[in-house]
Ligand binder design. Structure first.
Ligand code: FAD
Length: 463
C-alpha cells in the first residue's frame, strides 16, 4: 500500500482541527483533515449539532413561538455553514479532506477506514488529534438500556413532546428545557448537584436563575441524583419513561414521553489506538504539555478531546496557538509560545442569557476570604433593559476590598453573551472597575448596566 505523506494531518474537522489544518495549508504546508462524517458533520459539533443549531432554534422560537419554523431555520443555517465550510476548504482553499475514521498506527502514521470498510494509510510529520467529545451517559439503573435521547437526537425531534424529562441541569439541559417549555412541553429537570449548572457557576446566580425558570413553570429538582429509569412501550410504538428518585424532598416517580440525557460530555478517544503511539490519557482525556503536545513528540491534542472546559471559543483558541507556533517552527520548541492563562467567557443561552467570566463568589472567598465584596445590579433600573422587557436580569460583580481588580462577573440579562466581552477585554488587559466606570457610554444601551455595576463595585472595593 502506498502511503501519502503530509506535513500535518488533523483528525477531526471541528473548530479545533479544521482551523489549524487550513491555516497551515494556506501557509504553504501540505495538510489534510480526516473526518469520519463529512456529509452530516463537516465543521464539527458546533456547526452541525451544537452551538449553531441550538441557538438557531432558541432565537427563532423567541421570535415566532413556532417550532416548525424554527426547525426549518435551523436546518437552513446548519446546511449553509456546513456545506459552505466544506466548499471553502476543498474548492476555494484547495485543501485536502480525507473521508473516513482515522486512528493511529504509530507516531507518524494514520489509518483511515472508509465507509465501505476499505483502509488507507497516510503519514505526517505532525498529527493533531481533534476528535471532540460525545454525550456522557451516567450509570443509572435502567438508563443505558432505555430509549433515551441526547442533545444530538433532540435536534431532530419532529414534534414538541408533551412531557419532557431531562437528566442534567447544565447549559445543554437547561437550554433545551427552557426551549421546549416555551413551546408548551411540561418539563422536569433532574440535577444531582445542589445548584444548577452542575455547581460550576456562581451559586447565588445559579439559584436566582433556577427560581426564575421555576416561576415560569419548569420543574427543576436539584440535589439528588436520579436512582432509576424505566420505560414502557406503548401501542403506537413510542415509549413512556419513568424517572425515580428514591429519597429527598422530591422523592417519587416522574413520567414523560421523551427522556433527554444531558449529563456532560466526554472526550472522543475510543478507537484512536492511542497506545500504538504512546499517548497518555489522564481521567479520560488526552494529556498535553504547555505547547498542547501529547506525551508523544509531534502529536498534539486540542479542543474537547482534552477534556473540560468544552467550548468552541476555547477549541478555536488552542488551534490558534498551534498555528502561530507552527508558523514560527515545525519542530523547534524553543521558538514556540506556551499556552497562556486566558480569560474566557462561559455563556449559557437560557433566556435571558447568562454569561460568566472569572471567579465565582465561592472561588473568590476561598482565595481572599472576607475581603471579597459583591454587588448585584438589577436590570429593571436600566432604561434600555425596560425597553427590551428585561425586568428580571441581574449583573453581579465580584471584587475585593482595597483592589480595583475585577475578580469575576456573572451577567444574567438580555444579550449578556455579547456584553460580557467588555469585561473579558478589561480583565485580559489588567483594567479594573474604575476603568469600566470612567468611560462615556452610548444611551440608551444595555451595556450601560456594566457602567453602573462597575461604578458600584468601584465604590465598594475602594472602601
Ligand atoms: C448541544 C451543544 C451545544 C453547544 N453549545 C455551545 C455554545 O453555545 N458555545 C460554545 O462555545 N460551545 C458550545 N458547545 C460545545 C462546542 O460545540 C464544542 O466545544 C466544540 O464543538 C469542540 O470542538 P472540537 O473541534 O474539539 O470538536 P468537534 O467540533 O466535536 O469536532 C470533532 C470532529 O471529529 C470527528 N471525528 C471524531 N472522531 C474521529 C475519527 N476517529 N476520525 C475522523 N473524524 C473523527 C467528528 O465527527 C467531529 O466532526 C455545545 C455543544 C453541544 C453538544
Amino acid at each position: 500500500m502506498t502511503v501519502e505523506h503530509f506535513d500535518l494531518i488533523s483528525i477531526g474537522s471541528g473548530s479545533a482541527g479544521r482551523r489549524v489544518a487550513v491555516a497551515m495549508h494556506n501557509a504553504g504546508w501540505k495538510t489534510a483533515i480526516v473526518e469520519k462524517d463529512v456529509e452530516n458533520h463537516f465543521g464539527g459539533t458546533c456547526i452541525c449539532t451544537g452551538c449553531i443549531p441550538t441557538k438557531a432554534l432558541i432565537e427563532k422560537v423567541k421570535m415566532t413561538g413556532d417550532f416548525q419554523q424554527a426547525k426549518v431555520h435551523k436546518e437552513r443555517i446548519v446546511e449553509r455553514i456546513r456545506s459552505g465550510t466544506l466548499r471553502h476548504v476543498e474548492e476555494r482553499a484547495k485543501g485536502r479532506v480525507i473521508r473516513g475514521f482515522g486512528s493511529l498506527v504509530d507516531k507518524n502514521t494514520i489509518k483511515v477506514v472508509k465507509d465501505d470498510g476499505a483502509e488507507e494509510l497516510y503519514s505526517a510529520d505532525i498529527i493533531v488529534i481533534a476528535t471532540g467529545s460525545k454525550s456522557f451517559i451516567p450509570p443509572v439503573e435502567g438508563l443505558r438500556e432505555s430509549h433515551y435521547i441526547t442533545s444530538r437526537e433532540i435536534l431532530e425531534i419532529e414534534e414538541v413532546p408533551k412531557r419532557l424529562l431531562i437528566i442534567g441541569a447544565g447549559r445543554i439541559g437547561l437550554e433545551f428545557g427552557q426551549l421546549f417549555h416555551e413551546l408548551g412541553s411540561e418539563v422536569t429537570v433532574f440535577e444531582g448537584f445542589p445548584h444548577i449548572f452542575a455547581n460550576a457557576e456562581d451559586f447565588e446566580m445559579s439559584d436566582i436563575i433556577q427560581e426564575y425558570l421555576e416561576k415560569k413553570g419548569m420543574k427543576i429538582f436539584t440535589g439528588k441524583f436520579v436512582d432509576k429509569v424505566s420505560e414502557k412501550k406503548l401501542d403506537d410504538g413510542s415509549y413512556e419513561f419513568t424517572v425515580t428518585l428514591n429519597d429527598g424532598p422530591h422523592k417519587g416517580e416522574y413520567t414523560g414521553d421523551v427522556l433527554l440525557v444531558a449529563t456532560g460530555r466526554r472526550p472522543n478517544i475510543e478507537g484512536l489506538n492511542l497506545e500504538s503511539a504512546g499517548i497518555e490519557v489522564e481521567r479520560g482525556a488526552i494529556k498535553v504539555d504547555e505547547y498542547l503536545q501529547t506525551s508523544q513528540e509531534g502529536i498534539f491534542a486540542i479542543g474537547d478531546v482534552r477534556g473540560n472546559p468544552m467550548f468552541t471559543n476555547w477549541a478555536s483558541y488552542q488551534s490558534g496557538l498551534l498555528l502561530k507556533n507552527f508558523k514560527k517552527s515545525k519542530n523547534d520548541q524553543t521558538k514556540w509560545s506556551p499556552m497562556p492563562e486566558k480569560v474566557f467567557p462561559r455563556i449559557a443561552f437560557v433566556q435571558p442569557e447568562f454569561a460568566s467570566v472569572g471567579m465565582t463568589e465561592e472561588q473568590a472567598r476561598e482565595k481572599y476570604g472576607d475581603d471579597v465584596v459583591t454587588y448585584k445590579y438589577r436590570n429593571k433600573w436600566l432604561g434600555k433593559s425596560m425597553i427590551v422587557d428585561d425586568w428580571d436580569g441581574i449583573l453581579k460583580g465580584v471584587g475585593r476590598k482595597g483592589s480595583d481588580e475585577i475578580l469575576g462577573a456573572h451577567l444574567w440579562g438580555e444579550r449578556t453573551g455579547s456584553l460580557v466581552q467588555m469585561i473579558v477585554l478589561a480583565m485580559e488587559n489588567g483594567l479594573g472597575w474604575t476603568n469600566l466606570n470612567d468611560l462615556v457610554y452610548g444611551h440608551p444601551v444595555l451595556v450601560e448596566g456594566i457602567y453602573s455595576l462597575a461604578g458600584n463595585m468601584k465604590g465598594l472595593t475602594s472602601k
